[in-house]
Design a protein around this ligand. Structure first.
Ligand code: 0YR
Ligand code: MG
Length: 370
């Protein structure tokens, strides 16, 4: 299956209620810059990264895909995912400027599209190709009611609705706002509204210093929080280790990490309890799988962050034994041909052949009109 052409695509999908915020980001759209990879046998593979929909930067990503990596892919066998990943990642001129960052996001979209082609060629969904039966349980936790810019009333109403009307057994709430006391009041209100049987995760998106994190995490303990996510600056292994030694609430992180070695070092330092690798940042499925194996060997659960809005990660979670829980955010639902489905709080195994990022008609109509 020879690669004949790469077609750049940029999607910008509106987020819930026109705008969401966490402690460090405010966005109105989710960006999905990516690629359609065409082949000589007619199959087309789709892969997208995930961004904050900044058009000039999304253009850099698709330019990197088509201009920097594209010529290295033309004529190659699309099935050689591992070999192509190595060839692209280690290409000396590109490697020189980007062992992380934009080049990594670009490589991730390509790798997803290549796996999509492999699945389409075999006529199976990705989870099946990776060895799952489709009977595995993957629980969903919902992040889309917990934004920092929601009023406390909205926050509580959304979380209640997710649990009572949609069957979620776990929700995530953003913390790290300007007032620590306010954060606590919001978590307390949600715990009070949901009762003791629902899991509540919290996410500070890297906002706190070590002393702040120790103080707030200790106060959060009384609300039986499943984890505190990204309490500190993303790359600070030593700080997370100090924090882990000082609090009993588990620490989750990984959505901002680009390299397998970073996960290895956090795990080795006992600085993380749940790892959250994301295919869009880790440069694709190929490298994600290595991180999942690493975590599995260390008996650490993998709960991916969903830069792909779980379209691909759901397949990976069905297939990898380190995964049983996955984030749910619905922003790409109208833009994908087969949007993720959650029933009674569990992901429904997708049946369509592919890796899960085939754009919908609506998306295809909108492509390149930006
Ligand atoms: C804004 N999930 C996250 C939003 C999310 C962000 O980028 O999507 O809060 O990436 O931290 O766990
Ligand atoms: Mg997060």
């Amino acid at each position: 299956m020879k690669i004949t052409r790469l077609e750049p695509i940029i999607l910008h999908a509106p987020v819930t209620r026109g705008g969401i915020a966490d402690s460090t980001h405010s966005i109105t759209h989710w960006g999905a810059p990516g690629v359609a990879i065409h082949t000589d046998c007619g199959h087309v593979g789709y892969g997208f990264s995930g961004t904050h929909a900044h058009l000039p930067t999304d253009r850099l990503i698709v330019d990197c895909i088509t201009q920097s990596y594209g010529p290295l892919l033309l004529g190659e066998d699309a099935l050689a995912t591992r070999a192509l990943w190595q060839k692209l990642y280690r290409h000396s001129e590109i490697y020189w400027v980007g062992r992380s960052g934009i080049t990594h996001l670009a490589l991730g979209a390509i790798d997803i599209a290549l796996w999509d082609l492999k699945c389409k060629k075999l006529g199976v969904p990705l989870w099946h190709l990776l060895g799952a039966s489709g009977q595995e349980n993957v629980q969903a936790y919902n992040t889309d009611g917990g934004w920092l810019n929601w009023s406390q009333q909205q926050l509580v109403a959304d979380c209640k609705r997710m649990v009572e009307e949609h069957g979620y057994k776990a929700v995530k709430i953003k913390v790290g706002g300007d007032s620590g006391r306010e954060d606590l009041r919001r978590v307390e209100a949600v715990r009070h509204a949901l009762g003791d049987d629902i899991q509540i995760m919290t996410d500070a998106n890297g906002r706190w210093s070590v002393p702040e994190a120790i103080r707030y995490a200790k106060q959060l303990e009384q609300f039986d929080i499943s984890w505190i996510e990204e309490p500190l600056r993303f790359d600070d292994i030593k700080g997370h280790r100090r924090l882990a030694n000082s609090i009993s609430t588990p620490i989750a992180l990984g959505e901002q990490l680009y390299l397998t070695e970073q996960f290895r070092d956090f795990i080795q330092a006992d600085a993380v309890d749940f790892v959250q690798p994301d295919i869009v940042r880790l440069a694709g499925i190929t490298e994600w799988w290595t991180v999942a194996e690493l975590a599995y060997a260390n008996n650490i659960p993998v709960v991916p962050h969903v830069g792909d809005m779980a379209q691909v990660h759901q397949h990976l979670c069905f297939a990898h034994p380190a995964c049983s829980l996955l984030e749910y955010i619905p922003w790409l639902n109208n833009w994908m041909e087969h949007p993720v489905q959650v029933k009674d709080g569990y992901f429904v195994a997708p049946q369509a052949p592919g890796a899960g990022m085939q754009p919908s008609e609506l998306a295809l109509d909108t492509i390149n009109k930006l």
